[in-house]
Write a protein that binds this ligand. Sequence first.
Ligand code: OGA
Ligand code: ZN
Length: 369
Amino acid sequence: MTEATLRADTRTVHIQWNDGASADYPFIWLRDNGPEGFHADTKERHFDLLSVPVDVAPKAVTLNGGALELDWGDSGGVSRFDMDWLKAHRPGCAFADPAKVAIETWRADLGSSGVPRAHADDVLTNDTALHDWLCATKRTGLSMIEGLADSRDVGIEVARRIGFLRETNFGTTFEVKSKPNPNNLAYTADRLPLHTDLPNQELPPGYQFLHCLANEAMGGGSLFCDGYAVAADLKSDDPAAYDLLSRISIPFRFHDAEYDIRRRHKVIALDDTGAVTEIRFNAHIADALDLPADAIEPYYQAYRRFMALTRDPAYLVTLKLAAGEMVVFDNRRVLHGREAFDPNTGYRHLHGCYVDRGEFDSRLRVLSR
Ligand code: OGA
Ligand code: ZN
């Protein structure tokens, strides 16, 4: 039988479910999360945490069908918790999150044929197809949409199926083609070594979409590498380099006539558990290293180690985008680049945009409801 017990000594309610699961819920946590403290429409908390002492205690606890009822006495009213909600929110256990897709790192053996593919019509019209494609894109950090009409709008339409676009100083969408007076190496015909876009931004853009409208020039093949795989291998092969790259921030800068956007970031970002959450690597917009003189050569040693790995064919997946295809990748994980092309041999034109990780994850959660 499921039982709930008040434990005054630890100021917790102990719940023992009939299936063997159990958990301890601190009183203050229960007071702060009582459903009556949330606005019925906005679902936002209107309960004021400072209206109760931190050692607040319920007068009584009862199990009433599928609910746990806590009587807070004269001023506090009653909190009525759904038992399933309590079970899903056991303190110390990570809450279920449909956007938490298990990441699969990859190396060269993924091959271009291993890149997940989806058809534009399916993703545009079918929510299940959209959901499955988003999961695959998050798992691999890279995917391909095929069957796009010859229109700049349609790639954007696919991106907007996820959420609103991330605007940057290059616009809400951008044209990747060889242009006069370029303000970005991408807008030349030059080779672009593997990089992540815009680490000079406070928040580098999340998912990047590059819709190929034409790719007829000689050269211009696309390169990809999983930055998480590079980081994992660096960690085991050269822990000192990994330590420097994940501990020391370096400056990045983009500047042209209108903008001067600077930000310091670590090349390898970690979360509280030490897991890699993000890679920022872009040699074209790395600003002059401003570390103390005696830290510069050691940093370069680590940074060059990482850079050398990004040139190692063991990590490289190459493909040549064809008109009607769009590559989609997590710009904060997967590095991208391109071979030089010869604009005299044919036209090359990609149309790009970004959608940040937050909107991507939100769409995944809503589609999972
Ligand atoms: C970019 C970029 C790659 C390409 O626009 O950021 O890296 O294939 N483009 O042109
Ligand atoms: Zn780029």
